[in-house]
Design a protein around this ligand. Sequence first.
Ligand code: FE
Length: 348
Amino acid sequence: MAYARFLTLIGFATLTAAASAQAQDKVLNIYSARHYQGDELMYETFTKTTGIQINRVDSDDAGIVARLRAEGSASPADVIMLVDAARMASADALGLFKPIKSAKLDAVIPANLRATPTAEGVSWTGFSTRARVIVYDPLRVKAADVANYEQLSDPKLKGQVCTRSGSHPYNLSLFATVVERLGDAKGEAWLKGLVDNMARAPKGGDTDQIKAVASGECGVALTNSYYVARLIKSDKPEDRKTMEKVRVVFPNQGTSGTHVNIGGAAVAKHAKHPENAVLFMEYLASPFAQDYFANGNHEFPAAKGVKIENAALKAMGGDKFKAENIPLGVVAKNLTKVQQMLDRVGYK
Ligand code: FE
């Protein structure tokens, strides 16, 4: 493994030598909503191989967007890192990104994990994926009744369903792809069915939903896969107990595949070092960076052909599931429509 990484580094250094001949300032300013310890080595390695110093502003997604809007064209941001296609789409709609053209990214990152291309290029790119999975209480719910997202609106599950807020980006993205698949009328009916089946009003984060299933408050819930992996990896006895009480399903295996979303990055609209920014984006797609970017948060790599070892993801079946291949660009297209549907059906 170490040897493979070494080779990757050499390859990257050779490539970047050419790029640095036309060097701008050897600086890259990143605004990041990621805060994982393992990321440090990923940044350091970029600096070591390119000589480009990284300055990082860490904030949450909303904080980054607010800061970019306040700074306007004076913003020093070169690269913006956010999670979830819904957040990417919202920031893009605010004009915060600069579309880029990179043959390397085109070749390595599947098109369905990026923004819809325009004549100017592609405005955001996914570098890791996470699955939106179903967790259920096997004492209250049959596996056969929760094999698909569509079943969550079946009256069979009345009083059993729990989710976080419907307008949280993780749900907006999932709902946007469900509506894309089912069409508007059926999609809205599905959302209404979800509301009718709720065990309680939406609240909390994804981990809270898993715990609410374990405690018996809910029969079935939705969560991103890395929250399950964190509980599997946890050495707290209460987390182990939680995971003993719930089962995990990768939905829609017989049909459209499980909804996957992204952790991603974009070049900032007013980037002062746009070439360095593209170089960094290409670096994120390298096998070395993919390992840190994905593994650091128990996610899956986005780049084609890259495999990572993650015992927790393997334990939950994450090494072999069928992922939905609807382009995440449809999240941008359906975002407003889905929000209006949520208002109409009373999904809090
Ligand atoms: Fe999260």
